[in-house]
Design a protein around this ligand. Sequence first.
Ligand code: FEO
Length: 166
Amino acid sequence: MVSKKVESALNDQVAKEAMSSQIYLAMASWAEAQGLEGVAAFLYRHSDEERMHTLKLMHYINERGGHAVVPALAKPPKDMKDIMDVFKSILHQEVEVTGEINAIVDLCLKEKDYTTHNFMQWYVAEQIEEERLARTMLDKLNLIGSDKGGLYLFDRDLMASGNTTA
Ligand code: FEO
């Protein structure tokens, strides 16, 4: 059984993961409209991953005697400045999520809820991967700079990789 405090924190995280999915979806649509098919495919996949993060939390809350709440979602930004802006926003977003996950882990320890603490370790590990991925993408884009051929290859590689680490 989760305490009301932990249930509330987990439900807040449900809303944040769902919002992440929305944000990635908007970025994917922007990239697709720009003709960046590989980047778009990567972002659509990432949006799906965030929905999976949302559902995993919802199932856990319900299985532990709480009630997972489906949140209202704000409209995400429609336009991005450029591809670099997309991946800078992603890194910023993921660093924020890591902080939120850490706060829940901290609350679990304070509440002596070792079951939820154990459950949250999956998210702790996932955030390491999410941040690593965003930094890797940014490093590549920094190398490419304003080289259009480089951007073409970056996009094509993302399409070809069917990236599963998103
Ligand atoms: Fe669910 Fe990208 O953190």
